[in-house]
Design a binder for this molecule. Structure first.
Ligand code: SF4
Length: 71
């Protein structure tokens, strides 16, 4: 089971390999889990017709500075 936006999603692409446990938890429960339809990133995309910032988490909060990954 995985989110249909997985390959397009900036958050997933940026953080898919992260070792950060909280972040891995989000990916497991939202991107590859049963909360995918509650994802705030998905909601944002539907509402505004454009993708949110890559650092917006599925919960709708922004990634804290200390965990942000620079590409
Ligand atoms: S962050 Fe949300 S939109 Fe992106 S892949 Fe995960 S569940 Fe889908």
């Amino acid at each position: 089971m995985q989110c249909e936006l997985l390959e397009k999603c900036g958050f997933f692409k940026k953080y898919r390999d992260t070792l950060n446990l909280a972040c891995r938890g989000f990916i497991k429960t939202y991107c590859e889990g049963d909360k995918m339809d509650e994802c705030k990133r998905k909601e944002y995309r539907l509402r505004y017709g454009t993708a949110p910032d890559d650092d917006m988490m599925p919960s709708g909060q922004m990634m804290p500075e200390e965990y942000k990954k620079s590409l």
